[in-house]
Structures are given as C-alpha cells and as structure tokens.
Design a protein. Sequence first.
Length: 275
Amino acid sequence: MTDTDLLIAVLAGVVQGVVEWLPVSSQGNLALFLTFVGTEPDAALQLALFLQVGTTLSAATYYREEILTALYATPGWRPAGAYDGDNALVSYVVLASAMTGIVGIPLYVFVVDLAGRLTGGVFIAVIGVLLIATGVLTYASESVSMGGSTDPTLVDSLLVGAAQGFAILPGISRSGVTTSTLLFRSYDPPAAFRLSFLISIPASIGAAVLTLLDAGGLPGIAPGPAAAALGVSAVVGYVTIDALMRIVERVPFWAVCFGLGGLAIVGGGVVSLVV
C-alpha cells in the first residue's frame, strides 16, 4: 500500500461520507472521482458500490431506533396485518428490498459490462447525463403539493423498491429517486427521508455482496485502503448526516444535479479528446 493509494482511499471515503445523504448520486460522484484519479470505469463503478457499506453503518446507527422497532415487530408479523402498526415498517423494508433486487441485479450486470466497454471520458459523460436526469426528477418532486402521509403501504413498497433498483445506474441518486417517489406519493419530507434511508441499508449490503462476488474479491483496491475508505466514510457519514438532512430540506438540489451533470459531460468530452 503506497501513500498515494491511502490518500485516494481516504478522499474516496470523505466523498462517500458526505454525498451519500444528498440527492446527487453518491455512487455517480464517487465513480467520477475514482475515474478522474485513474481507476478503470468498471472497477470505479464496482468500488463505488462497495464503499457504500461505510455509510450504511452510519445510517444503521442513526436510525437504530427504527431498526429495533422493526426487529421487535418481526416475530408478531402476520400476512393479514402486514401493514398494520409496526408491521408496516417490516413489510415495507422486506418487500422494497426484494423489488430493488429484482430491478437492480439485471441492471448491475448490464451496467458493469457496458462500463467495461466505455472509455473513461465517455463513462464520465454518461454519468453527467444521468445526474441531470436525477436533477429533473428532484425538481419535479419539489413542485408537488406535499401531503402528510407517514406510514408505508403495499403500493409504496413496490414503487420505492423498484425506484431504488434503478439507482444502480451511476448518476441516478438512490436517495433522490426514492425520496422523490415518496413525495409524489404525498409523504411529508421527514417521513420520506426516513423511509428512503431505511431501505438503503439492506440495499447497500446486497450491492456490496454482489460486487464482491462479481469481482472475485475487493474491486480494484487492496485490503488496507479498502478498510481506510470504509472507516472514513462511516465516520464522516455519521458526523454529517444530521446537518446534511437539514440542508436537504432547504437547498434546491436539483440545481446541484444540473451543475454536476453539466461539468461531468464537459469533463468527459475533454478527457475523450485528450485521450
């Protein structure tokens, strides 16, 4: 492990720890960073997915009370009352996670194969286009009249789980598409963010396992830098989640998506011309 490898790992951890909570695609922005520092596009995509485990630890710690509520309710879960009381949270997490796998696993196979065929510049530009698409969705959700829903339903579970599956595409924000889906379903913002991040925990763990199996081990990174990146992302994620959750309610992040997406498209074009 060289000093450069360790520095890149620490910086990657910081990027993941901060942008995970923003609807601007942590995976896309981390893949952009890794591609800019010389990582091959397919390895950058896999590594960006793997490093989400760090912020998954942050989210699990931050939402520990909701997780415990779901765990305590699990033994008493019955199909007839699947969406009654605390059972609703259990049903939501399980069914949404299943839908994420149904949609996300085939997309993962397609995207990794496609990324392996693209040059670094084209890959960066594609992420830029998807970031702008996320911005359009986020902007549209902000114009919706917000309702007061707080408890998930069967339809919510299916829709949000499917939306999260599409976030396997680098540049499509997981938090952005899931939160926007819930806002379109008339949830109030605090409930939408809470439900969005709760299903991120099993999804991130599943994505990391899928990545390890597909790559045959750690994707393009040594164990030392991987541990450093995960540790930094977990610490930074936990420290920043509360502040950034408040910011999300005030700042129009659709504009951030447009800005980052435009820069990525231009940057990808420059890289393609230079290379």
